[in-house]
Every structure is written in structure tokens, then in C-alpha cells.
Design a protein around this ligand. Structure first.
Ligand SMILES: [Zn+2]
Length: 66
């Protein structure tokens, strides 16, 4: 915080879009576009709803065998 004591304003690094790495656009901060925002939201939701479908399938398969 107290880095710039020379009176010069430190150049703020432009925030990057977490989805594609492009410079963020203020309208879609911190993303570069509505699309990237949706993509990130989709990923987040996927993680929140992470359903171990594969494991469940395996379990069903095992039970079906017996
Ligand atoms: Zn982007």
C-alpha cells in the first residue's frame, strides 16, 4: 500500500479476465465480456453441483452384477 512515496502514481496493472486472460472490461469486471462471465459462472456452478455420476454408475454396475 505505501509503495509509492515518490509522488508518482504507480501504474495499476489492468485486471485480467480469469476466463481467457484478456484485459478486463469495466462493464463486465473482472471479465472481458459477458460471454467469459457466463463461462466462469458455468464452471462455478458445475463445481457446486459436482455430481459423481461416474462413480454412481460404477456402483450401479457392481450391484447389477450380483
Ligand atoms: Zn475473457
Amino acid at each position: 500500500m505505501s509503495e509509492g512515496t515518490t509522488g508518482k502514481k504507480a501504474v495499476k496493472p489492468a485486471p485480467r479476465c480469469p476466463t481467457c486472460g484478456k484485459p478486463a472490461v469495466p462493464d463486465f469486471k473482472p471479465f472481458c465480456s459477458a460471454r467469459c462471465r457466463d463461462v466462469d459462472l458455468g464452471r462455478w456452478l458445475e463445481g457446486a453441483y459436482a455430481i459423481p455420476a461416474v462413480e454412481a454408475d460404477e456402483d450401479e454396475d457392481d450391484e447389477g452384477r450380483y
